[in-house]
Design a binder for this molecule. Structure first.
Ligand code: SF4
Length: 901
C-alpha cells in the first residue's frame, strides 16, 4: 500500500519540505509539503523531479576494495572493508602522525553525519584536517557574519523577503539557484508593487526579470560598489545615526574610507553609470525596510570576506537589521551547509559555533567528549588540503558525499593529488562520480529518502528528515558508516578504553550533539526529534524550555561581540586576482543551470534534467563572437593559466563583452577534459580560504575539428555511459548527455581532426547495439563517413552518424516522436540537414520541464500574440513549479509579436 513520508529536498539551502510517496520499498513520487514553512507546498523543477533521479545503475550497492593502485576494485563485505580502512588509518597515524590523514566531507550530509565525522577526526584521530565542500560555498559568509555581527547566524527569515520594501540581490541567480524563494518573492512583489528589487550581477540572469534596477558590475568589483553606495548614503544623510551610535563600532573609520569612493570613481571601477549607482543608493536609502540576499557571487572570491562585511556595513549604517523585512541574508547553496557550520565541519571550527584555535573552546569540547584534549594544529582547508595530498603530506584521505574531482578549482592538480594519494576512501551514494574512479575503498552510502537525521536551512530552521525506504542492497547511512569505522579505529588507537561512538541510531547522535550547543548562540538544547515531529521545523536558537524558535535575531540591537556592538569593517576594494591581459583577455564566470545540481551526481541520472540545457556551452557576447569570427555552435578551445577545455560557443547578450560564462556542473564524466573547473583558479580569500571560482582569466580560440560524430541510444543509459565514456578519450571533443522523458537515451557528440580507427568505431557500435540486428548501414570509407540506424517496432532506438552529421537534429526528432515509416526510411542515411518534406521536427530545448513544453512552442505562441496568461492557458507552461516563468517573460520581452490582420 502506498504511504507518504515527510522529508526535505536534498538540493539547495532553501530546505523545502517534501512529501515522499512510496510503497515501503521504492519511491514513487514527490510533492511539496504544504505544512513546511520554507515552501508551503511549492517545489522547483529540481525538487519536483527528485523521484526520477537515483538510477540504481549509478548507485553503490556493495563495498569495493582494491589492494593496489594497478588493480581493479572488487566487491568485499563491510567487515573487511572497514577493518582494512581502520588498519591503514591506524598505521598511517602511528607512522606519520595524526595530521597525515584528512577528511573531506559535504554540505549534503545530515547534521548527525557531520557530528560523527567531527568527533572521529578531532577526538579520536586528533587532527583538524576535516573540511567540507561548504568551503567552496559559504565560508566567506561565515567570516562576514562573525566579523561584523559576532556570530555565524543569518539574522532574517523567509518572511522578511516578502515583507521587505527594498531587496538587494547580489551575486545570486536566485531564479535558478533558490527558485522557491524566488517564487515567494515574485508573488510578494505582485501583491506589493511598490516593493523595489535591485539585482547586482555581471550577467543579466533570469533573476533580473524581477528587477527595477540591474547593475551589471564588472566581475569582482562588489566592495567598490558597496563603498560607493555608503558614500552616497552618507552624502544624502540616508543613515540611522541613532542606531550607529547605540549599537555599532568602527563607523568613523568606514566613513573616512568611503570618502574616496566617489560616484565617478565607483562607476568607473564597476563599469556602471553614475545615475544607476545613485538610483541604487536612493532606493536603499529611502526604503522603510531594506534586505540583502547574496550567494556565490560574493562568496567565491579572493576578497569574499571583505565583500560580505562591506555589504553588512550598509545595514549597520542604515539600522536595517533586526526587524521585519530588514537585514543581511545569505542564501546557502547546499541543503545542510548550515548544519555543517553548526557542527564544526570546517577545519577551523568546532561543534556549537566554536573555534578550533580557541583553547577554551577546545577544552569545553574535549571535556564534553571525555578526551584529554583536542588538536591545536591548524587544519587544512579544501584547496590547501588537496595541495597537501598532492605533495604527499596527506597519506590517507576519506571523502564523503562530495565530488572534489569535479568541484574544486584547478582540476588538473586535484586529479594529480587523488592519483598520488596512497589510500583514498570514498563514501558515496553514486558510484559514477569522477572522484570514485580514484577510490581504493568505495563505500556505498544511503541517499535522499533512505536515511534519518536533521538539516538546517538558510533561515536557521531545523527540519527532521525522515527515512521513507530502505537503502538499496548493502548501502548504509553515513553516520552509521562513520561510527562503525570509528569503533574499529578506536580498537587500534586506544584499545581497552570505552567507545566514543556507541550510537545506536541517528537520534542518539542528535541528542549528544545538541548538548554542545547549550547556551551558545545557536542553542538547540530545546529541540528533539519528537518536538520537531509535533511542532514542525523550528528556527534556532531554541533553548531548553522554549515554546517556539527564534524567527529573527538582533531585534534588541545587542550583538554577540565582545562589546555587544556590531562592527563596521573598513577594508579597501581589491581587484580579483586574475586581471584581463593580452594573453587571457576574457574573465570567465561560472554558475548554475536551472535543472542541474552541483556536480550532477544525482541530477545526472535523470534524462529530464538535461531537457533545458543538454550540453556544456560557452556564452560570449555577440560582439565578442563577431570580433573572433565565431559562429554559434562552433567548437572553441577555452584556455586559462591552468588548463583548457573544448566546448561549443553561443552568442548571449546577457554576458558583457570581455567576459565569458560557463555552467559549473560539467565534469569529466559528461565532458572530455576534466570539466569546467579545469579552468577555474584556486586563489582564495585570506580569511575564509574560499577560492575565487568566479573570476578566471581565459582566452577563446576556434578549433578546426572537421570529423564529427553523433550518437543516440535509448535504454540502460548509466551503464552505457560508463562503458562508452572511456572510448571517447581519444577524441578532441566529446560531450555525453541524457535526453528524452519516458524513454531516456544517452546522447554523444564528439569531434576530432581526423577519423578514428575503424576498430574503435566498431567497439563503439557494439556498445550502442549497432553491430547486429535490424540496423540500416551506410559506409563510405574513402570519405571516412559511416552511419547506422537501428529500427525496432517501427521506430528508431539507436543511431550513429560519423564523419558527416547533417541529419542529426531531425533524426533525433524522429526518435523523439517514435516515427520512422517506410517512406522516411530511405532518407535516414542521407546527408540532409532538413527532413524530406519537413516530415520531422528537430527536437529543441524543453522550456517547461514539468509540462514538457518546448522553447519553440512558446516562441510560436508569442508570435501568435499570446501573453504570459495566454501561454499558460494554451500551453500550460509555467503552471506547475513555475521555474520557467522568468525565461518565458524574457522571451516575451525579446520576441516580436506578429499578429495577423
Ligand atoms: Fe529543492 Fe528547489 Fe526547494 Fe531548493 S528551491 S530546496 S532545489 S525544491
Amino acid at each position: 500500500m502506498n504511504q507518504t513520508t515527510a522529508s526535505t529536498c536534498c538540493y539547495c539551502g532553501v530546505g523545502c519540505g517534501v512529501l515522499i510517496e512510496h510503497d515501503g520499498e521504492q519511491i514513487l513520487g514527490v510533492s511539496g509539503d504544504p505544512s513546511h514553512p520554507a515552501n508551503f507546498g511549492k517545489l522547483c523543477s529540481k525538487g519536483s523531479t527528485l523521484h526520477l533521479t537515483g538510477d540504481l545503475d549509478a548507485r553503490g550497492l556493495y563495498p569495493e576494495l582494491r589492494l593496489g593502485k594497478a588493480l581493479a576494485r572488487a566487491r568485499t563485505d563491510w567487515d573487511n572493508a572497514l577493518d582494512h580502512a581502520a588498519t591503514v588509518f591506524a598505521e598511517t597515524i602511528r607512522e606519520h602522525g595524526p595530521d597525515s590523514v584528512a577528511f573531506y566531507i559535504s554540505g549534503q550530509l545530515l547534521t548527525e553525519d557531520y557530528y560523527a565525522f567531527n568527533k572521529l577526526a578531532r577526538a579520536l584521530v586528533g587532527t583538524n584536517n576535516i573540511d567540507s565542500n561548504s568551503r567552496l560555498c559559504m565560508s566567506s559568509a561565515v567570516v562576514g557574519y562573525k566579523r561584523s555581527l559576532g556570530a555565524d547566524a543569518p539574522p532574517c527569515n523567509y518572511e522578511d523577503i516578502e515583507q521587505s520594501d527594498c531587496l538587494l540581490i547580489v551575486g545570486s541567480n536566485m531564479a535558478y539557484a533558490h527558485p522557491v524563494l524566488f517564487r515567494r518573492l515574485e508573488e510578494a512583489r505582485a501583491r506589493r508593487p511598490d516593493m523595489r528589487v535591485i539585482v547586482v550581477d555581471p550577467r543579466r540572469t533570469d533573476t533580473c526579470e524581477l528587477a527595477d534596477l540591474h547593475l551589471a558590475i564588472l566581475p569582482g568589483t562588489d566592495v567598490a560598489l558597496f563603498h560607493g553606495i555608503l558614500h552616497l548614503l552618507l552624502w544624502e544623510g540616508w543613515i540611522d545615526r541613532g542606531f550607529i551610535d547605540a549599537h555599532t563600532e568602527g563607523f568613523d573609520a568606514v566613513k573616512q574610507l568611503v570618502r574616496d569612493y566617489t560616484p565617478g570613481i565607483v562607476a568607473d571601477t564597476c563599469g556602471i553609470s553614475v545615475e544607476s549607482l545613485q538610483a541604487c543608493a536612493e532606493m536603499i536609502g529611502k526604503a522603510p525596510s531594506f534586505l540583502s540576499l547574496w550567494c556565490m557571487g560574493l562568496n567565491q572570491s579572493s576578497s569574499g570576506s571583505a565583500k560580505n562585511s562591506a555589504l553588512i556595513n550598509l545595514h549597520l549604517a542604515t539600522g536595517q537589521i533586526g526587524r521585519a523585512g530588514a537585514g543581511p541574508f545569505s542564501l546557502t547553496g547546499q541543503p545542510n551547509a548550515m548544519g555543517g557550520r553548526e557542527t564544526g565541519s570546517l577545519s577551523n571550527l568546532l561543534p556549537g559555533h566554536r573555534e578550533a584555535a580557541n583553547a577554551e573552546h577546545r577544552e569545553e569540547v574535549a571535556g564534553y567528549w571525555g578526551v584529554d584534549g583536542l588538536p591545536a594544529n591548524t587544519g587544512l582547508t579544501a584547496v590547501e588540503l588537496f595541495d597537501a595530498v598532492r605533495t604527499g603530506q596527506i597519506k590517507a584521505l576519506w571523502i564523503a558525499c562530495t565530488n572534489p574531482a569535479q568541484s574544486l578549482p584547478d582540476q588538473n592538480k586535484v586529479h594529480q593529488a587523488l592519483a598520488a594519494c596512497p589510500f583514498v576512501v570514498v563514501q558515496e551514494a553514486f558510484f559514477t562520480t569522477e572522484t570514485c574512479a580514484y577510490a581504493d575503498l568505495l563505500l556505498p552510502a544511503a541517499s535522499w529518502g533512505e536515511k534519518e537525521g536533521t538539516v538546517t536551512n538558510s533561515e536557521r530552521r531545523v527540519s527532521h528528515v525522515r527515512r521513507a525506504v530502505p537503502a538499496p542492497a548493502e548501502a548504509r547511512a553515513d553516520w552509521a558508516i562513520t561510527s562503525d569505522f570509528a569503533r574499529r579505529l578506536e580498537q587500534r588507537l586506544r584499545p581497552g578504553q570505552p567507545s566514543l561512538f556507541g550510537f545506536a541510531n541517528a537520534e542518539a547522535l542528535f541528542e549528544e550533539y545538541k548538548g554542545l550547543t547549550r547556551e551558545r548562540d545557536l542553542d538547540l538544547s530545546g529541540l528533539s526529534y519528537a518536538l520537531l515531529d509535533q511542532q514542525g521545523p523550528q528556527q534556532w536558537p531554541f533553548p531548553q524550555g522554549a515554546a517556539q524558535g527564534t524567527s529573527r535575531l538582533y531585534g534588541d540591537g545587542q550583538f554577540p561581540t565582545a562589546s555587544g556592538r556590531a562592527q563596521f569593517l573598513a577594508e579597501i576594494y581589491r581587484a580579483p586576482q586574475e586581471k584581463r591581459d593580452a594573453r587571457y583577455p576574457l574573465t570567465l564566470n561560472t554558475g548554475r543551470l536551472r535543472d542541474q545540481w552541483h556536480g550532477m551526481s544525482r541530477t545526472g541520472t535523470s534524462a529530464r534534467a538535461f531537457g533545458h540545457v543538454e550540453e556544456a556551452v560557452l556564452s560570449l557576447h555577440p560582439d565578442e563572437m563577431r570580433r573572433r569570427r565565431l559562429l554559434a555552435g562552433e567548437l572553441v578551445k577555452v584556455r586559462s593559466r591552468r588548463g583548457s577545455l573544448i566546448v561549443p560557443v553561443q552568442a548571449d547578450d546577457s554576458v558583457r563583452s570581455g567576459q565569458a560564462y560557463l555552467p559549473m556542473h560539467w565534469g569529466n564524466r559528461f565532458l572530455k577534459g576534466l570539466g569546467s573547473n579545469v579552468l577555474t583558479q584556486p586563489a582564495f580569500d585570506p580569511l575564509s580560504k574560499q577560492p575565487e571560482l568566479k573570476q578566471a582569466g581565459v582566452e577563446v580560440d576556434k578549433v578546426e575539428l572537421p570529423w564529427q560524430f553523433y550518437a543516440l541510444v535509448e535504454g540502460d543509459v548509466q551503464q552505457r555511459l560508463s562503458a562508452l565514456r572511456p572510448l571517447f578519450e581519444t577524441f578532441a571533443y566529446a560531450s555525453l548527455s541524457l535526453t528524452g522523458r519516458e524513454r531516456p537515451a544517452l546522447q554523444i557528440r564528439a569531434a576530432s581532426a581526423v577519423a578514428p580507427d575503424a576498430a574503435l568505431l566498431a567497439q563503439i557500435d557494439g556498445l550502442l547495439g549497432l553491430d547486429e540486428g535490424p540496423v540500416l548501414a551506410y559506409d563510405d570509407p574513402r570519405r571516412t563517413v559511416g552511419k547506422r540506424v537501428r529500427i525496432e517496432d517501427g521506430r528508431i532506438t539507436a543511431l550513429r552518424l560519423a564523419g558527416e552529421t547533417a541529419a542529426r537534429d531531425w533524426l533525433k526528432g524522429l526518435w523523439s516522436e517514435g516515427k520512422a515509416d517506410a517512406e522516411l526510411r530511405r532518407w535516414l542515411l542521407a546527408p540532409l540537414s532538413t527532413p524530406p518534406g519537413n516530415s520531422a521536427k528537430a527536437s529543441g530545448k524543453t522550456l517547461c520541464n514539468c509540462l514538457n513544453v518546448s522553447e519553440s512552442a512558446v516562441c510560436a505562441g508569442i508570435s501568435r500574440g499570446l501573453d504570459l496568461d495566454g501561454l499558460k492557458q494554451e500551453l500550460k507552461c509555467g503552471t506547475s513549479c513555475g521555474s520557467c516563468v522568468p525565461e518565458i517573460k524574457r522571451l516575451l520581452a525579446t520576441n516580436p509579436v506578429t499578429v495577423s490582420a
